[in-house]
Ligand binder design. Structure first.
Ligand code: UGA
Length: 453
């Protein structure tokens, strides 16, 4: 089938390459010409494991192409996937859907034969119905240009795997023909047993935001328990592990730490609250605001904890920050908790040096005021405290005994609860986690984390 993908960011580039991988003829377009040139030359313009191989295969087979206008897309495709961003509006909780509107307005006048326009972007409920009317009004083919909503559930870092082996496919459609067409697009995935849920436009839109809000709630829940564990002298890592054995709860997404960030969970949570309030059910969704507040408080709490550890103020202290991406396996720094903490410490007078295996260059562009190091040891040289803020697997390979000789003070805060504190302590470090029972390094007696500054 001839498919177009409009918008080739983290979502669209992966979707385009995966559609070519399952046998479609795909054209990807974007207003960002640099991104399109890179993709057309087989270069992935961001870090996403496995995407490079898929891209090369698609380009070499001739099934995948990049470049052109919305008019070219209209002439090429039978199904058009919209994959443009819907960021949070400035000074509002709501999502900015102007990118979607621009695509519909630009594409529709060129649609002269029957086709399906399938939105994949995350949108406030009601957007698809609005876009369907706009599409039919503006397209020369009229109602022959149909709209569907087909949200994606991929995680950055696992985007290829999540697309080709997704947990489920969800299609919001208004006709049997649209349902059929989407089923044939995804035929190889359906044959592999992936469930296909066909529903109305509003439910499809809501599945996506509800899922993200639920994931966010799960993370804030365990982080609230982390606070309780600290206060009670308990251990949140063991607590989460024990809770996770209950299938109804599950252990995934139950890691306590610095909280969630990225381009999706925070803004989707806020947009859901905003849309619910518009629809008159703000009271029912009020708890989601608490989830957001709890999440943001993790960052403040972590900064206070660091000040407490170094003696009350970070002013003049050397702080090594391990991790800048909002999570491992990506170079995405959007709403990164790690960078937020790094910048707050810098603003309080600390000398902050950041290491990240993939995201340092993106971080440097946005926060040139921080220092960056290519190597972990260089980041930690003369540090008064080492902060583990993004749980990249390579940080688990650090030899604490060797790193000890590089730092000024062997102090570690593992804000992702992913390192073995016992090992670090055995190698002479004083090490803290978030929500983890501490033992006094001298007396071995149980202590809680240092009082806030
Ligand atoms: C999220 C969802 O997981 C995807 O299903 C969804 O498709 C995507 O948003 C989207 O809307 O496009 P993603 O933003 O890539 O995916 O990241 P997650 O893996 O969900 O992690 C989000 C944040 O939560 C990260 O900052 C991570 O460090 C944090 N997190 C995650 C925790 O603090 N604890 C956990 O147990 C899990």
């Amino acid at each position: 089938m001839r498919i177009t993908v409009i918008g080739t960011g983290y979502l669209g580039a992966v979707h385009a390459a995966c559609m070519a991988e399952i046998g479609h003829d795909v054209l990807g377009i974007d207003t960002n010409s640099q991104r399109i040139s890179a993709l057309a030359e087989g270069r992935v313009p961001f870090f996403e494991p496995q995407l490079g191989e898929l891209l090369a295969r698609g380009l070499n087979s001739g099934k995948l192409r990049f470049g052109g206008s919305l008019a070219d897309a209209a002439a090429f495709g039978q199904v058009h996937f919209i994959c443009v961003g819907t960021p949070q509006l400035p000074e509002s909780l709501a999502a900015d859907t102007s990118g979607i509107e621009a695509v519909i307005d630009g594409l529709a006048p060129h649609l002269t034969r029957n086709c399906l326009v399938a939105g994949k972007s995350t949108v406030p409920v009601g957007t698809a119905a609005r876009m369907a009317i706009r599409l039919a009004e503006l397209a020369p083919v009229g109602r022959g240009a149909e709209l569907a909503w087909n949200p994606e559930f991929l995680r950055e870092g696992y985007a290829v795997q999540d697309t080709l082996c997704s947990d489920r496919l969800v299609a919001g459609v208004t006709s049997a023909a649209a349902d059929e067409l989407l089923r044939s697009v995804y035929a190889p995935l359906l044959e592999a047993g992936i469930p296909f849920i066909s529903t109305d436009l509003s439910t499809a839109e809501l599945v996506k935001v509800s899922a993200n809000a639920f994931l966010a709630t799960k993370i804030s829940f365990i982080n609230a328990m982390a606070d309780l564990c600290e206060a009670a002298g308990a251990d949140v890592v063991t607590l989460a592990r024990a809770m996770g054995y209950d299938d109804r709860i599950g252990s995934r997404g139950l890691s306590a730490g610095l909280g969630f960030g990225g381009g999706c969970l925070p803004k989707d949570l806020r947009a859901l609250v905003a849309r619910g309030t518009d629809l008159g059910v703000g009271d029912s969704l009020h708890f989601l605001q608490e989830i957001d507040t709890l999440n943001m408080a993790r960052r403040t709490r972590t900064v206070e904890l660091i000040s407490g550890i170094v003696g009350g103020s970070v002013q003049g202290h050397n702080v090594a920050v391990l991790g800048a991406a909002f999570k491992p396996h990506t170079d995405d720094i959007r709403d990164s908790p790690a960078l937020d903490v790094a910048v707050r410490l810098h603003r309080q007078g600390a000398h902050v040096r950041v290491h990240d295996p993939e995201a340092a260059e993106n971080a440097r562009k946005v926060f040139p005021e921080l220092d960056y190091a290519h190597a972990i040891y260089a980041a930690c040289e003369n540090a008064d405290i080492v902060l583990h803020l993004t749980d990249w697997p390579q940080y688990q390979e650090i030899d604490p005994a060797a790193l000890r000789s590089a730092v000024r003070q062997p102090r570690l805060l593992d804000a992702r609860n992913a390192l073995s504190l016992d090992r670090w302590r055995a190698d002479g470090w004083t090490a803290w986690g978030l929500g983890i029972r501490m033992a006094d390094p001298d007396t071995g007696t149980q202590v809680t984390v240092p009082a806030t500054a």
